[in-house]
Design a protein around this ligand. Structure first.
Ligand code: MEV
Length: 397
């Protein structure tokens, strides 16, 4: 495979999965939530597809856009054939089970966005070495008003016009990749795949890593990153995204997988329909928000016992809005005696539960005995990484 510099090359990016400690579902309605990146990752490797065929390949087979809506939506935004982008071969690998609430689709979207951006590079409109967002001639950012990642008029909405769009310097590989852009594109494509309803929880955590707090206001004690906005079928939503370095402690996450696939879109829609029919049940959503806020305070204090208690309380509310399941409850009950707290994580209905524990071996064994498959992760992991292709360039506009 030969890139524009005449070298054989490929680009590989990876992003972590995540589990939600507090606030799933309520976050879709603007309430606070906390997610933690896990050690398990998704890797996306791209190569120029040198055969005469115009088809993209995915894991050796002809790419089917209907089967992979996230990749298709990213391709429309970053690698449009109508602007001359060449067909690619993509290989996807990793240790995050799909449709289980661990952010596999967000990790895939973040890693794919990073790989395509590295391979396409980015034009800048300044002569100096300042790569700040304001000098981008192309790309998506929450700080740039004149681009629109949600537009159906793709791909031109990533290309800035007038003086902003002057192509003066070009950088590819690592220098072109941006955490906010990867999170933003991943959020937009998650929204497309989830019927217009998606919080930025998964996309931001899989991009930035460690601990991400999403809130309806800018929180004082933690590092604010950006504002995310989305027009959902229920109205305009806005979230403030923060990153946190949680105080170090010997605590682990043990994730128990029920093995039951439960697509996020179905669960999110189920909650939306319930709230439409019984608007008074918004109280339960608000209670989840209150518990999450208490959990955030405990986390910042490094009080993991209180974090665990808040997780278990959050589970009672998730049960009440109907997104738990007998299989999840069985694994949660099995984990409780050896952990600080346990709850489902993600959209529920199946998928995974998570326990916060100081004894990962005992908690993992208990969950396995109850029929779950377990994954152990330390508390927090690195975010997006460009693993290969630091100088690659396959195509540019
Ligand atoms: C899915 O991991 C989390 C949900 O809150 C949906 C979302 O935030 O988009 C259920």
């Amino acid at each position: 495979m030969v890139d524009m510099s005449g070298k054989m090359s490929s680009v590989t990016a990876s992003a972590p999965g995540k589990c939600i400690l507090f606030g799933e579902h309520a976050v879709v309605y603007g309430h606070p939530a906390v997610a933690v990146a896990i050690e398990q990752r998704i890797n996306v490797k791209i190569k120029c597809n040198n055969s005469k065929s115009e088809d993209w390949k995915l894991d050796g087979l002809k790419f089917n856009p209907k089967k992979h809506p996230h990749i298709e939506a990213i391709r429309r935004r970053l690698w449009p054939a109508e602007l001359g982008a060449p067909p690619l071969s993509i290989e996807i690998s990793g240790q995050i089970p799909t449709a289980s609430g661990l952010g596999s689709s967000a990790a895939l979207s973040v890693a794919a966005t990073a790989a395509l951006r590295a391979a396409r590079g980015r034009w800048f409109n300044n002569k100096t070495e300042d790569n700040s967002t304001e000098f981008w001639s192309e790309g998506f950012s929450s700080l740039i008003e004149d681009t629109d990642v949600h537009s159906i008029d793709q791909p031109s909405k990533s290309i800035r016009t007038g003086d902003n769009g002057r192509k003066i310097r070009h950088l590819s590989g690592k220098n072109a990749v941006d955490f906010d852009e990867c999170a933003l594109v991943a959020h937009a494509v998650e929204a497309i795949a989830q019927g217009g309803r998606a919080s930025p929880m998964d996309s931001s955590t899989c991009s930035h890593g460690n601990v991400v707090v999403i809130s309806d206001c800018i929180e004082q004690e933690i590092e604010w990153q950006y504002t995310r906005k989305l027009s959902t079928p229920e109205g305009e939503r806005e979230w403030q995204i923060h990153t946190v370095s949680a105080p170090e402690d010997e605590v682990y996450l043990v994730i128990g997988n029920t093995g039951i696939h439960a697509p996020t879109s179905t669960q999110v829609e189920k909650v939306a329909k319930m709230l439409e029919k019984y608007p008074e049940r918004m109280n339960e959503i608000e209670t989840i928000g209150i518990i999450a806020r208490r959990g955030i305070k405990s986390l910042l204090l490094g009080d993991y016992e209180a974090v665990g208690r808040a997780m278990s309380e959050n589970q009672l509310m998730l049960q009440s809005i109907g997104v738990s399941s007998p299989e999840l409850e069985r694994l949660i009950q099995a984990a409780i005696p050896t952990s600080l707290g346990a709850k489902l994580t993600g959209a529920g209905g199946g998928g995974c539960m998570v326990a916060l524990t100081r004894d990962p071996k005992a908690t993992s064994e208990a969950i396995e005995l109850a029929g779950g498959r377990t994954i152990i992760s330390k508390f927090g992991a690195n975010g997006l990484n460009l693993d290969e292709g630091h100088k690659a360039l396959f195509w540019k506009i």
